[in-house]
Design a protein around this ligand. Structure first.
Ligand SMILES: *Cc1c(COP(=O)(O)O)cnc(C)c1O
Length: 428
């Protein structure tokens, strides 16, 4: 019987046998001992599964990866040192120099930079299209060398919803996979694989850890994409890897295991962006309460969004679960139980009032972070986008009055009172 998401959050990924530790053990060891060189050779040839060096794999990480895989409904998963590493690996595992990827334009700034600057230097080209593109518009962006489509379930910080089903349909017509960054929704609120996504990524730094304690990432494979049916496109998965005695991943490990095995055996081996077992342990503590926290994050954010909407000192509010929001219908479809804790809004009086407002907050802290148990907020115009003029900000889709508020799991009325007192001190 398939268990419910709440049970998977608490108990997924690790089932101790008689007399074994109840909590997942932290295997704080770089290396693993074998009786014969032959035993180890089998690991190096990927003929047996096991551990030999923590730059590639570690049991603690694998327990936690297995839990996230269960939560997303995938067949294989892995942890990475950060969300950045997860998105880099997920794309680079199937796209090489000379290849092309289609991505929505409203993605996390770090990912946008990774794609448009760093991966472009590696010879991979990206086309960025609007998240509300029609199927025809998505199709127009696809080229013969396109290897994947990428988007975020709920975009950070734009808070647009990704129409996963529509993008998956176009991807599959073209014989390519859809990669979805599910960081903001988490599998508690949306499971992209159920809507057609092939690969799911996470910055576990956000809600999954949820306590501002450990940077991390994860990749989950749905096990549904048939690489061998498109062998000409995905040569890395469908032709022999000489660094592992000529095995062909898609043949040896099947649809269910090829992507993650290649990603571990090649990319983790060569780049080594592994999560530390200690951090994986902390991440697992966060996952145990993810379902409980997400419910409260969403309740608090909805109350906050409704309050902001009703206050005439606020010029605009964006929150996909708020009635009347541009993305409300998509949010209802993909995240019927709630979207996330992040709300963005404008304070009347522009940049100076927004800055003053932030300074007046007492409970809500100014941070370059979101999705934490503690409420925090950021004024991009005076922080991350500080160097830009008001005109340049508007061109970048960040208005000078924009405040990004990440509602934590405190009492909602206390958070609203904090916002009220900060607004009361402004002059309009
Ligand atoms: C934060 C974030 C990332 C990057 O994750 P790090 O853990 O900071 O490297 C990627 N995608 C989304 C949607 C994010 O919010």
């Amino acid at each position: 019987m398939k268990r419910k998401i709440e049970t998977s959050c608490v108990q997924g990924g690790y089932t101790p046998s008689n007399g074994e530790p109840r909590q997942i053990p932290i295997v704080q060891s770089t290396t693993f001992k074998y009786d014969t060189s032959g035993d180890m050779a089998k690991l190096f040839d990927l003929e047996a599964s096991g551990y030999f060096y923590t730059r590639l794999q570690n049991p603690t990480n694998d327990y936690v990866a297995a839990k996230i895989t269960e939560l997303e409904g995938g067949t294989a998963g892995m942890l990475t040192s950060s969300g950045q590493a997860a998105n880099f690996y997920a794309v680079f595992n199937i796209a090489n120099a000379g290849d092309h990827v289609v991505s929505t334009s409203t993605i996390y700034g770090g990912t946008f930079n990774l794609f448009s600057v760093t991966m472009r230097k590696m010879g991979i080209e990206f086309t960025f299209i609007a998240p509300n593109s029609t199927k025809e518009q998505i199709q127009q962006a696809i080229r013969p060398n396109t290897k994947a489509i990428f988007g975020e379930t709920i975009a950070n910080p734009a808070l647009t919803m990704f129409d996963i089903e529509a993008f998956a349909e176009v991807a599959h017509v073209n014989g390519i996979p859809l990669i979805v960054d599910n960081t903001f929704a988490t599998p508690v609120n949306c499971r992209p694989i159920e809507w057609g996504a092939d690969i799911v990524t996470h910055s576990t730094t956000k809600y999954m850890d949820g306590h501002g304690a450990a940077v991390g990432g994860a990749i989950v494979d749905s096990g549904k994409f048939d690489w061998l049916a498109h062998a000409d496109k995905f040569t890395g998965l469908c032709t022999p890897d000489e660094s592992y005695h000529g095995i062909t991943y898609a043949e040896r490990f099947g649809k269910e295991g090829a992507f993650i095995t290649k990603c571990t055996a090649q990319l983790m081996r060569d780049f080594g962006s592994i999560q530390s077992p200690q951090n994986a342990f902390l991440l697992n503590l966060g996952l145990e309460s993810l379902h409980v926290r997400m419910e409260r994050h969403c309740q608090n954010a909805l109350k906050m969004a409704r309050f902001l909407k009703s206050d005439d000192r606020i010029s605009w509010v964006v929150y996909p679960s708020l009635e009347g929001d541009e993305n409300y219908e998509l949010a209802k479809k993909y995240c019927p139980n709630g979207t996330c804790g992040v709300v963005s809004f404008g304070v009347k009086g522009g940049r100076s009032n927004a800055e003053e407002f932030m300074k007046n907050l007492k409970l809500i802290a100014i941070e370059t972070h979101v999705a934490d148990a503690r409420s925090c907020c950021l004024h991009p115009a005076s922080a991350t986008h500080r160097q830009m003029s008001d005109d340049e900000l508007l061109a970048a889709g960040v208005s000078p009055d924009l405040v990004r508020l990440s509602c934590g799991i405190e009492n909602a009325d206390d958070l609203i009172d904090d916002v009220k007192q900060a607004l009361d001190k402004l002059s309009f």
